[in-house]
Write a protein that binds this ligand. Structure first.
Ligand code: IMP
Length: 422
């Protein structure tokens, strides 16, 4: 019986989708507790790529229950588009989906506001995914959001939506002088899918308590990464939710003391999409090589990801913040053929701030690289000595063991040293 979490320890895109998919082989339920359809979790099964944005990655494993907690901002359009992307399997996926009635709805007005705010931001754009995540969380904090449970009462929902439109359209039209929100289109869409939404609605905290009591393995799937956490990340270049494991209790309604294990997912190097500090970023051939070999293109927006060396200072900070007790190291195969690897061990001229500080010069340790292809290796001891040296250097630096190494994009391209669930 275990409740475990998978959390990204960098700026997102660490490969959490694949890790969650591996671990769901042993899980009864997978739960999203923050973020929305800004996430892009890529899973490759038998050479076929599936990218999930809003649904828990457990969706690709028939039989696994998929829960979306109150901490997620829920776009009904994104939800149905994603369910329908399963084609013939859509009904089976929908039958396993449980949505908290307390999820704030993410609507078209939030997308319009996101775009307008980014264009007008003093101090430069954040580089958001443009999905409306920030404005949807703003409405939640302001207690004016519509929640999934509001859809139950069609007339009441329509009245609340109209009132929300008056508020946001005033801002969009007068302050931003941009396109206003056709709220009736959202109303029609949501009411046309009302029965399906109501069927999927579920008291998630009660369901989780029930699963926990029954001894089911529950997996909480983090989206984005620790350095994008709204409180503990590289503010203001962050997302609008708490991405850290500490938010599982509030974002899903699951008692904090029942969370047994936290797996931190870390890419063998670092990437970032969007703007903001990135001390170990590379602008040279090595950076371009990482981008190319790693296929570093954003799964949600198609933007090129910025690439750089691993940052052990930021990694230890993120591991401590999340109480990580095991690491999953991804994309190790991408480092093949680099003669000398560098890992940041400290910063000079630091101005401070949460996580990786801005405006500082990194100091590096140099580690031996390797030429051998490791994609086919499945046993740790069979890895070249330099690869093990890299892995063990990270373990020692962060003080946390690496339990899983991903050496390729496929579901089975892993070296598993110990299992997350007992
Ligand atoms: P937002 O979450 O769309 O508001 O974007 C805020 C910041 O988080 C931007 O830098 C985005 O690029 C980044 N971001 C949001 N979701 C993801 C993700 O799933 N992976 C990586 N970066 C993300």
């Amino acid at each position: 019986m275990t409740a475990a979490a998978v959390i990204g320890l960098q700026w997102g895109d660490e490969g959490k989708g694949k890790i969650v998919d591996c671990l769901t082989a042993d899980a009864g339920a997978v739960v999203r507790f923050q973020g929305g359809h800004n996430a892009g979790h890529t899973i490759v099964i038998n050479g076929e790529t599936k990218i999930l944005h809003l649904l828990p990655s457990g969706a690709v494993r028939p039989g696994v229950e998929c829960l979306i907690g109150n901490g997620v901002v829920l776009s009904p359009r994104a939800l149905f588009a994603e369910v329908e992307s399963f084609g013939a399997g859509a009904a089976e996926v929908a039958a396993r989906l449980r949505l908290s009635g307390a999820c704030p709805l993410l609507l078209e007005c939030h997308r319009l506001l996101d775009l307008a705010r980014e264009a007008a931001r003093v101090g430069g754009a954040i580089g958001t995914t443009g999905k409306g995540i920030g404005p949807a969380y703003e409405d939640k904090a302001a207690r004016r959001a519509l929640r999934l449970a509001d859809v139950a009462d069609a007339a009441g929902f329509a009245a609340k939506l109209e009132s929300l439109a008056q508020y946001h359209n005033f801002m969009l039209g007068n302050y931003y002088q941009t396109e206003t929100w056709d709220w009736r289109a959202d109303l029609d869409f949501i009411l046309s899918r009302r029965d399906e939404l109501m069927q999927m609605m579920c008291p998630v905290p009660e369901r989780l308590a029930e699963l926990h009591r029954a001894g089911a393995n529950i997996l909480f799937e983090g989206a984005q990464g620790a350095l994008l956490d709204i409180d503990h990340g590289t503010w203001p270049f962050v997302t609008s939710s708490n991405t850290a494991a500490g938010n599982i209790a509030c974002g899903a309604g699951f008692a904090a003391r029942h969370l047994g294990r936290v797996a931190g997912v870390v890419k063998a190097y670092t990437t970032r999409v969007g703007n903001g500090p990135f001390p170990t970023e590379l602008h040279d051939d090595t950076g371009r090589r990482l981008a190319e070999r790693g296929g570093e293109v954003g799964a949600t927006t198609g933007r090129a990801r910025r690439c750089g060396w691993l940052d052990s200072v930021a990694l230890r900070y993120a591991a401590d913040l999340n109480g990580v007790d095991t690491l999953c190291l991804t994309k190790l195969d991408v480092l093949e053929g680099i003669e000398t690897l560098r890992v940041c061990t400290g910063y000079k001229n630091t101005r401070g701030g949460g996580g990786a500080p801005d405006d500082c010069e990194p100091e590096y340790a140099e580690l031996e690289g390797w030429d051998e292809s490791i994609g086919g290796v499945r046993r740790y001891q069979e890895l070249p000595r330099a690869v093990r040296g890299y892995v063990e250097w990270i373990e020692e630096r962060v003080g946390v063991p690496v339990s899983l190494l991903s050496v390729g994009p496929g579901r089975d391209d892993n070296i598993i040293r110990s299992r997350l669930f007992d």
